[in-house]
Design a protein around this ligand. Structure first.
Ligand SMILES: *[C@@H]1O[C@H](CO)[C@@H](O)[C@H](O)[C@H]1NC(C)=O
Ligand SMILES: *[C@@H]1O[C@H](CO)[C@@H](O)[C@H](O)[C@H]1NC(C)=O
Ligand SMILES: *[C@@H]1O[C@H](CO)[C@@H](O)[C@H](O)[C@H]1NC(C)=O
Length: 456
């Protein structure tokens, strides 16, 4: 294991010769259960720690972000939003507490590949998968074997390989980025546990987003470098998120670390990016910020603000929900489990006023279905409870119309709306939709319960 890690580290070091800049984001903008990419317009499934433009909200768009009055990151011309699941500690008695982030978060902009273009203005990407609980590959296979094993074009492998951790101990030599794949629960990381997410850098040249928020992007052949696959001709900067969690604060206390998704293994680690750059500045930076040091202050295109100043940029949570702890349950009804099965999603609504629409869309290469269904799923978020049933049947119709009977890749669309109105207060109950894996078992689920209790 260590031998392999060392080999990987040599490869990564060699690549550091490429130009890059490292964007510091020292304070959280907000900690809340909101995800404008995965669940636009509604309460999200799990708690995220968010950095970037102050316009962040459940409904935010790239243009809204650009109009932010501040950003919690260092470069003023970048109001992009960057978010990842929060890490919690669960004590032996079961109490959950949000961890601190040491130094907030770092976003690497790595300029790898040829002819790098700025992100399209409205680009949204999710890297990683909140519902994943295992790996289906040997992620430690040396890069030199990837091509021979067909892994360098296997997006499923590359996506899983792009997520990992580093157990930091600055007294020892550094380990390779993405060197371990699970949360080390049984040893201390004196300088923190660094959660790492490498983003895909090949764009299809057409879509700002896609049904699964992934398939408009692809990883190049060595995941963090190499050649783009067919159909993804445009190279954009490679984003790499590093979030250092202060696990050391709990050293010797027992218990375990758990992502806000309910995952104690770590495979659900993921990152979300929504472009909020001033496009012209990003474009010039790609061409001129080529200092190999990565020090963001070296780039003359940027207006740099001091850490004291940009760290003042925080916003109030949209939700009246306990997210810091100590508390007994994870926000959003995310069950804590060490199951390696593909997980359900939390679906509680803490917001009172929200209809609590929960929708889940897992899709793969059946692109006709993907694009047909995506507009519908996006529509769910913006519909009120009374319109939800129409949306659900539309999704079913759209999917049935477009599924090729011989589709190679299975896909899944589950839309669950569980609404309860009790004494005039709207709330939703927890659901954890099952994952179906064959086209035949495709289904759209809908539950709608209206229990309007009368006053006596
Ligand atoms: C987070 O940091 C604050 C300020 O240093 C400290 O009081 C608190 O105990 C820390 N919380 C955890 C969970 O480490
Ligand atoms: C691993 O996860 C995949 C999907 O993410 C699932 O289909 C499979 O059953 C899981 N394997 C185990 C052993 O739990
Ligand atoms: C977000 O969008 C929803 C649905 O379109 C709307 O009902 C809601 O008022 C918006 N919320 C905010 C905070 O803008």
């Amino acid at each position: 294991m260590f031998g392999k890690a060392l080999l990987l580290s040599t490869a990564l070091l060699a690549l550091q010769a490429d130009a890059f800049w490292r964007l510091p984001c020292r304070q959280r903008l907000v900690l809340e259960r909101i995800d404008p990419i995965d669940t636009p317009g509604v309460v999200g499934h799990h708690v995220h720690t968010v950095h970037g433009g102050s316009a962040f909200s459940r409904n935010v768009t790239s243009d809204d972000l650009r109009a932010s009055h501040c950003t919690s990151c260092e470069v003023q011309e970048d109001n992009s939003a960057y978010w990842t699941p929060n890490l919690y500690h669960q004590s032996e008695s079961g109490e959950l507490t949000a961890l601190n982030q040491t130094g907030g978060m770092l976003v690497y902009y790595l300029l790898r590949g040829e002819n790098i273009q700025p992100f399209p203005p409205n680009l949204r990407i999710i890297a990683g998968d909140a519902r994943r609980r295992n790996t289906t590959y040997d992620l430690d296979i040396e890069r030199s074997y990837w091509a021979g094993l067909g892994l360098s074009t296997n997006q499923d492998f590359l996506r899983q390989r792009a997520i990992g951790f580093n157990c930091l101990n600055y007294a020892e030599p550094a380990n390779a980025a993405l060197g371990i794949h699970t949360i080390p629960q049984d040893r201390d990381c004196p300088d923190g546990l660094r959660a790492e997410v490498f983003f895909p850098s090949c764009w299809d040249g057409k879509h700002d987003d896609s049904f699964d928020h992934r398939s408009h992007m692809a990883y190049p052949s060595t995941m963090d470098d190499g050649d783009c696959p067919e159909g993804y001709p445009i190279r954009v900067p490679s984003l790499f998120f590093e979030t250092i969690w202060d696990v050391h604060a709990f050293a010797g206390q027992g218990g375990k670390f758990i992502f806000s998704t309910g995952d104690e293994l770590g495979y659900s680690n993921h990152g979300d990016f929504m472009n909020g750059w001033q496009q012209d500045v990003l474009e010039r930076a790609i061409n001129t910020c080529t200092d190999p040091s990565g020090i963001v202050e070296m780039c003359t295109e940027f207006t740099i603000r001091s850490a004291d100043e940009y760290s003042q940029c925080t916003i109030e949570s949209e939700l009246n929900e306990e997210v810091w702890g100590p508390m007994k349950k994870l926000p959003g009804c995310n069950l804590i489990t060490d199951s390696t099965q593909y997980a359900g999603i939390g679906a509680c609504d803490a917001d009172g006023n929200d209809i609590g629409t929960s929708h889940s869309a897992v899709a793969s290469k059946t692109s006709k279905v993907v694009s047909a269904a995506s507009s519908y799923v996006a529509g769910v978020a913006s519909h009120t409870a009374s319109a939800a049933s129409a949306v659900v049947s539309d999704v079913a119709a759209a999917a049935q119309d477009t599924v090729a009977p011989d589709a190679v890749d299975p896909y899944l669309v589950i839309v669950t709306v569980t609404e309860t109105v009790t004494e005039g207060v709207t709330s939703t109950t927890c659901t954890a939709p099952a994952v179906t894996s064959t086209v035949e078992s495709y289904k759209v689920k809908r539950h709608m319960h209206n229990h309007a209790r009368r006053h006596h």
